[in-house]
Design a protein around this ligand. Structure first.
Ligand SMILES: [Zn+2]
Length: 261
């Protein structure tokens, strides 16, 4: 018996598990290249990569969502985001031009898609109770997540994603955020999902002499702290390595309250 990750209903309740594409099918034609397959790597802290799977986008699926959720609210959310995201990934619009309402739409889609990407692996533990609560309470905002976007027209046509964990003062304190990055052609999203219920303070770097500017999509009611760019040598030149470098620049720290009560 399988439980739907969204509605928590068992497949025996008359709900059948469906074939949910982890990258929605309508996006495939925007990123697919003839003869090129999706390659999934496990990346060691040293930077060493191990190829774990290679397949077409059409076979990049999960069976952990029921038919009703997949063809119901998830499909509606795809319809809502499609005109916006099509402009963004084609560089017809930039992240900075998005209105508050549009930021909310992209942020909800990014949150949903992040959990779908997490459902396709077992190495990183996602806060699934948070996702099912979000589904049960109407999915109006991406809650305590912190979501950044970046428009970078120089990036090549490609689909890139990475899943990672942020630690606080080393691993002894455990995972603070799950970090999901998703780049579709020239549009990059970084979704930071807190592991607890404590509010996070978004932080983004100011990169000297660079056109890299992250836009904060969510939350919208709080400013964004300026972070010093992490000490590093020159950013890597290869697109995949550069993306891995750049998605680790933004952050979401635990808020310190000046007036504890
Ligand atoms: Zn369901």
């Amino acid at each position: 018996m399988t439980k739907c990750l969204c509605c928590q209903k068992e497949s025996s309740d008359g709900r059948r598990p469906s074939r949910e594409h982890l990258l929605p099918t309508w996006l495939h034609e925007l990123v697919e290249m003839s003869g090129v397959q999706l390659e999934r790597f496990s990346v060691h802290e040293s930077g060493m990569e191990t190829l774990i799977a290679r397949h077409g986008l059409n076979n990049y699926v999960s069976r952990k969502v029921c038919n009703e959720c997949n063809n119901g609210w998830m499909s509606q959310l795809e319809d809502e985001v499609k005109p916006l995201l099509t402009c963004l990934v084609s560089a017809d619009r930039t992240a900075s031009s998005l209105s508050g309402q549009e930021r909310n739409t992209i942020a909800r889609w990014a949150y949903k898609t992040s959990f779908m990407l997490l459902s396709g692996q077992t190495e990183i533990a996602a806060p699934w109770e948070k996702f099912s609560r979000w589904c049960a309470t109407g999915r109006l905002t991406p809650g305590s997540a912190v979501i950044f976007a970046l428009s970078e027209p120089s990036l090549p046509r490609a689909f890139f994603y990475s899943l990672d964990e942020d630690y606080f003062h080393g691993r002894a304190y455990g995972v603070v955020n799950v970090r999901v990055s998703l780049c579709i052609n020239s549009f990059l999203l970084v979704v930071l999902i807190p592991s607890d219920e404590i509010e996070r303070q978004p932080g983004a770097p100011v990169v000297p002499n660079s056109c890299v500017t992250f836009e904060l999509l969510w939350p919208q009611d709080r400013g964004c702290a300026v972070l010093p760019l992490r000490p590093s040598t020159n950013p890597p030149k290869l697109p995949r390595e550069w993306l891995r470098f750049i998605v680790n620049q933004v952050g979401a720290g635990i808020c310190r309250r000046s007036n504890p009560s």
